[in-house]
Design a protein around this ligand. Structure first.
Ligand code: 16G
Ligand code: MG
Length: 549
């Protein structure tokens, strides 16, 4: 009750600003990637996200909160808005429902009521300082959405900084850098330039003079990754590193070509290289997605066609390289390492990591936030989704050990120095395609490997992913990290029955978190078996999806 007077003016300011940013009536949900939909629906949504971000900042001792405007790999007409917490990770899950409640308020008055109730329930002092920083991808709709966000921040007396066009991981970096500025352990300079400097410097250290073999062709999905990668490359010292990068699909002037027949999502879901420009056979290639937080490698071959190295392959490579370094550094007994995957991870990768590398694998539900939190429980937590989103997290103990342990031999010293450089090179807040790409390039250089050498480390099990239309996807409820269905009753028994008919087989069905459909994944010893199993399970899902309506 202390701030009745100021809260009255606060209410009036929000009401006035909100009147300029109405929402289109429909049910909104803060999903795995925040709010994401056709950009025409997002003006009022973004305004309300701004209100929540200011509350979140006040709830978190006035630390800076991030807001990213992007729809990643979605078509150009879509956009999205999501909130970044003070350490650069995704918004705490409990707050997702508050975002959903604010955005679904049916009138400006109800909006103000929900806003104030949230402040009271969370004991938030609305007169405390608040700070929000934000960025957007290259979508033209980002302009007006940013203006809606700024209106909410002004109405709530929130200090704000517009970083304009950024990759999603750059915004995450800036949030953490802002909140650690002046602290004993800082994350980096609070600027886009600081991000490039940190990465370039760590890349040089990680390479330890090793040569990068041949050209790397990077498809940037005609998104924000193009200009940002070009900018980053200016920071790589030519006298120290010969990094020959050919940037393609970097047209950000024609918005309609964003993610069109190119980018990491295209390559992963279509299982082929982007048609333009056609990669030269044998050339080392990779693709980023529209906001540069996913990475997929591949090459084409006149005889064998196309070979893809996805998030599972990157996780295996990183876990292998880092665990070897931990061994060489003599830190095996003091630091634990683990890999986090989702049910979509190819069984071939899981077997390789657990049986060959002897590294534990934990499976979580789909969505980066789930993987991130589990990875934080290890000293070194490697997490990747098969779609190419992921990173490696290093605990404070691990960083200390890399810097302070006394090396007993030149080999140990080298290993510790590489580990320390990787902890700077790899984005600690979220999956970052540019940073992950530098990690892969550094590992390949150390091992003197081509993509073919990397691909030979294990064999993927043939697999198939199918999208199944159902009346109501929410009928499908899962447990065991989305690997089994608890509802509709009976469906899981039938899936189990189907799986038993095939060798080395596994299958699961889950409701999508981003669209009204179910997804079915199946893998088995041969392509024919995987396809057949996927079809059978899809039919089971279809049947349960329609009879239960
Ligand atoms: C979102 C998630 C991604 C996940 C995908 C699954 C984040 C930032 N993004 O794009 O990690 O793989 O959803 O989509 O968490 P689905 O639920 O439709 O299969
Ligand atoms: Mg993305």
């Amino acid at each position: 009750m202390a701030s009745v007077v100021s809260s009255a003016s606060h209410d009036a300011a929000i009401l006035a600003a909100s009147a300029k940013h109405p929402t289109v009536p429909q049910v909104y949900k803060y999903g795995t990637a925040g709010f994401r939909m056709n950009a025409d629906l997002l003006d009022g949504v973004t305004f309300r996200v701004g209100l929540l971000a200011s509350l979140r900042s006040r709830n978190k001792s006035s630390t800076a909160i991030g807001v990213m405007i992007t729809a990643s790999h979605n078509p150009a007409v879509d956009n999205g808005v999501k909130i970044v917490d003070p350490l650069g990770d995704m918004l705490e899950q409990e707050w997702e429902q508050y975002a959903t409640a604010l955005v679904n308020a049916k009138s400006d008055e109800e909006l103000v009521r929900i806003y104030n109730k949230l402040a009271t329930d969370q004991k938030i002092d609305l007169t405390a300082k608040a700070k929000v920083i934000y960025g957007r991808d290259t979508r033209p709709s980002g302009h007006t959405l940013v203006a809606a966000l700024a209106d909410a921040l002004d109405a709530t007396n929130t200090q704000h900084v517009d970083y304009k066009i950024l990759t999603t991981p750059q915004l995450h970096y800036l949030v953490r850098a802002t909140n650690t500025e002046g602290k004993p352990i800082t994350y980096g300079k609070v600027s886009e330039e600081g991000y490039y400097e940190k990465l370039a410097e760590a890349f040089v250290r990680a390479l330890q003079g090793r040569k990068i073999q041949g050209t790397l062709q990077v498809d940037c999905a005609n998104g924000v990754g193009g200009p940002k990668l070009a900018e980053f490359l200016k920071y790589v010292p030519k006298d120290k590193v010969d990094f020959d990068v050919k940037v393609v699909n970097d047209d950000v002037l024609r918005p309609e070509v964003l993610n069109l027949d190119c980018g990491a999502d295209f390559v992963k879901t279509k299982q082929r290289a982007p048609p333009n420009p056609k990669p030269e056979p044998g050339l080392r290639c990779c693709s980023l997605d529209g906001d540069a937080d996913r990475l997929i490698y591949y090459w084409t071959d006149p005889d064998t066609g196309f070979f893809m190295l996805d998030g599972d392959r990157i996780a295996s490579l990183a876990a292998w390289f880092i665990s070897e370094l931990i061994e060489s550094a003599g830190l095996r007994d003091s630091l634990n390492i683990g890999v986090v995957q989702t049910a979509y991870a190819n069984g071939g990768s899981t077997n390789f990591i657990t049986r060959h590398l002897n590294i534990p694998v934990v499976c979580t539900a789909t969505g980066v936030k789930h993987l991130h939190h589990v990875a934080q429980q290890f000293d070194i937590g490697v997490y990747f989704e098969a779609n190419g989103h992921g990173t490696v997290l290093f605990s404070a103990d691990a960083r200390k050990a890399f810097k302070q342990a006394q090396p007993q031999s030149p080999g140990q010293k080298d290993a510790m120095e590489i580990l320390a450089s990787l902890a700077d090179l790899i984005n600690q807040t979220v999956g970052d395609a540019i940073s992950d790409m530098l990690l892969v390039e550094a590992i390949l250089a150390h091992k003197n490997w081509t993509l073919r050498d990397w691909a030979q480390t294990y064999r993927d099990l043939p697999n198939r992913l199918v999208r199944v239309e159902v009346g109501d996807k929410d009928l499908f409820q899962t447990y065991d990290s989305e690997r089994r269905l608890s509802h509709p009753e009976g469906a899981q028994d039938e899936i189990d029955g189907a799986v038993k008919k095939y060798s080395e087989a596994r299958a699961f069905a889950r409701a999508s978190g981003t669209e009204n459909a179910c997804r079915v994944y199946a893998e088995a010893a041969s392509h024919a078996q995987a396809n057949e199993l996927a079809d059978r399970v899809a039919r089971i899902v279809e049947r349960y999806g329609s009879t239960s309506q």
